[in-house]
Design a protein around this ligand. Sequence first.
Ligand code: ZN
Length: 323
Amino acid sequence: MRLVTFKTGYGARLGAVDGEHVVDLNAAYTALLASQGVRRAAAHARAAVPADATRFLGEGPDAVRRAEEAVAFVRDAQIPGVRVSRRGLALLPVVPRPPKIICVGLNYRDHAEETGMSIPEHPVFFSKFTSCLIGAGEPIVLPRVSEQLDYEAELAVVIGRPGRYILEREASGHVAGYTILNDVSVRDYQMRTSQWLIGKVFDRSTPVGPELVTAGEVPQPEALRLSARVNGRVLQDSSTSNFIFSIPRVIAAISEILTLEPGDLIATGTPAGVGFARKPPVFLRDGDTVTIEVERLGALTNPVTAERAPAGARGARAVAERA
Ligand code: ZN
């Protein structure tokens, strides 16, 4: 199943891709229950197939099975209003408000080398906040304080079943699915201090999506080609087979520290070819288009838009000079 979260006049809704359409899963399941004569169908559907992605993932495989039934029902019964055209749909991050966003730094040998960092003995982790996230097609904001905005192509794991002290051999059972994340980084801030956080958490910096592809459709997540293109030029092109730390190792390592919960996102690191390490460097500019593609998961495309200075504010240069 391929899940999306899309914007409507009445809030964010979880949908499933069905050919050229997207099915509103909660509305479809409500229609299915109503057709079976279930009383208070909407209330039951709210709990069984929630419209919010995090809550949906919390319901586990049962919710996915119900969602599949609902998709088939509305396709056959031709229920109006529940299926919308995929074209022109405004997408939000597949999981709009994940409980946690944990990123692996330096998980590809060639990327560690290009940045001059040593190959880590333990996975390097940092985090992002939900305020960073944007959906496919939404503009990546080039902050007015920076001139070094950079892209990073990454496979992201979405957690389904919660767990603490998860064993490597059991890790795959905790994965709901996979998506694409562009770990956009503000390098001039990232490199100011030994902690990378400030360069990784700018508002509306981080595209995630377009789809959450459930784990059953991605049998070999560590054999996926991934790439980054800026205005059509290929700047990263590698494979998740080049991970230093496997997905099970990463899940085991994180869950030694904290409880992984449904909807948590884990970005698995980026391969060589990022902008700041290129000679000459490539940084994202106003009007650029960035596409991250991961085999089986699709393509995540976003424009880059310079942040507009509020009226009366000083320009980026003045802010940067003061800093
Ligand atoms: Zn990254």
